[in-house]
Design a protein around this ligand. Structure first.
Ligand code: NCD
Length: 359
């Protein structure tokens, strides 16, 4: 039986508004239990040791799943568990890779992909909706347009008699921690014979203001030694001050530029992103010349011969499809890695990780 978090008495009495006002560092331990994640909501929940462990676990799952006997065995591990995928923002990869990760571990999956098919259309509050999921499922994976709603759900459920873990599959403009995990898993793989992730120079390109994947990955990368970031963005879409002060506090080097060609010359990885115009307030993206933040075949001549190119996808024109077959293009690998690392995360939450590692 999985241990559930025992909320401290004072938290039980605290309102969400009061709790949410506390600095994140003071809220984090509410989402872990016995040194293990219960809810996965933020990149700041991971340290270097936990990241290394997830990479090992994901690779182990991938190896075991290679043959029928192994996959059949993995599918027995959580065959008694059910997951709800509540994705009310569009999603292809995150949804499918979580669904596949659940299948790998034998979980049964339900889904809601729009508030137009749930009782929210009848006026039910989002809070009541997600509480309802906990009556039928053992895990909630959620993608929501509102920053903080995944955390609110976790906070709320942890106070009930049937807390179920909540995984954040994208919370508005704020965070996308499992995307950051798969990005980092990919970087770790790509730099395996180049001294690992430490000492690498990484260009983050595009809509860094509203791109939750770039934000979450930046947090995770600050766990590594001597990382150097170049944030390449149009003026209006520059990386947020919250991230920049976090990096300063963690003594991680960064610089900013709006010149893509200059910035990518000497880096080890280029992380491209799409303009997040769904968050426009007044159509402001239309006034931005985003083509300056596109990688073309010509850009390939500027980067080093082993610089890797990443993108969380979906892409528009940020990466010319002609680049896809270049060995430095890593985005399709990233996509598949998402399934393995998400299976590892679920295995960890449900405490079947040991069994996997010793098999
Ligand atoms: C990203 C997202 O939803 O934040 N996609 C993903 O999960 N792979 C990136 C994006 O939509 O631009």
């Amino acid at each position: 039986m999985k241990a559930k978090p025992t909320p401290k008495k004072e938290i039980k009495k605290t309102s969400w508004e009061e709790f949410y006002k506390k600095p994140l560092s003071k809220r984090l331990n509410y989402y872990s239990q016995k040194g293990r994640l219960f809810d996965c909501l933020f990149s700041q929940q991971f340290d270097r040791k936990l990241l290394d462990y997830f990479f090992t676990l994901a690779t182990r799952i991938r190896t075991i799943a290679k043959n029928k006997e192994g996959l059949d065995w993995l599918q027995t591990l959580l065959s008694h568990k059910r997951a709800m995928l509540y994705f009310i923002q569009p999603s292809t990869r995150t949804f499918l890779s979580f669904q596949s990760a659940c299948y790998i571990l034998g979980m049964k999956v339900s889904e809601i992909r729009s508030t137009s098919t749930s009782s929210e259309l009848k006026g039910e509050s989002p809070e009541d909706t997600v509480r309802t999921f906990s009556s039928y499922t053992d895990l909630i994976v959620m993608r929501h347009f509102e920053e903080g709603f995944a955390e609110k759900t976790a906070w709320m459920l942890n106070k009930t008699n049937r807390p179920v873990p909540v995984i954040n599959g994208g919370s508005g403009k704020d965070q996308h921690p499992t995307q950051a995990l798969l990005d980092l898993y990919t970087l770790n793989w790509a730099f395996n014979d180049k001294g690992g992730i430490d000492n690498k120079k990484i260009a983050m390109v595009g809509d860094l203001k509203r791109g939750r994947t770039a934000r979450s990955l930046t947090y995770l990368l600050s766990n590594y030694k001597n990382i150097e970031f170049i944030f390449v963005a149009p003026d209006y879409l520059k990386m947020g001050d919250d991230i920049k002060s976090y990096l300063k506090r963690h003594k991680t080097k960064f610089s900013e530029s709006d010149n893509l060609n200059k910035s990518i010359k000497n880096v080890d990885a280029v992380y491209m992103t799409r303009i997040q115009d769904e968050y426009d307030i007044n159509g402001e993206s239309k006034d931005i010349d985003y083509s300056k933040f596109h990688l073309t075949e010509d850009s390939l001549k500027l980067i080093k011969k082993n610089t890797i190119i990443m993108h969380p996808l979906p892409r528009r024109a940020e990466i010319d499809p002609a680049i896809d077959d270049d060995p430095r293009a890593m985005y399709w690998r990233q996509e598949r890695n998402g399934m393995w690392i998400r299976a590892a995360l679920i295995a960890h939450i449900f405490e079947v990780d040991e069994a996997i590692l010793v098999r």
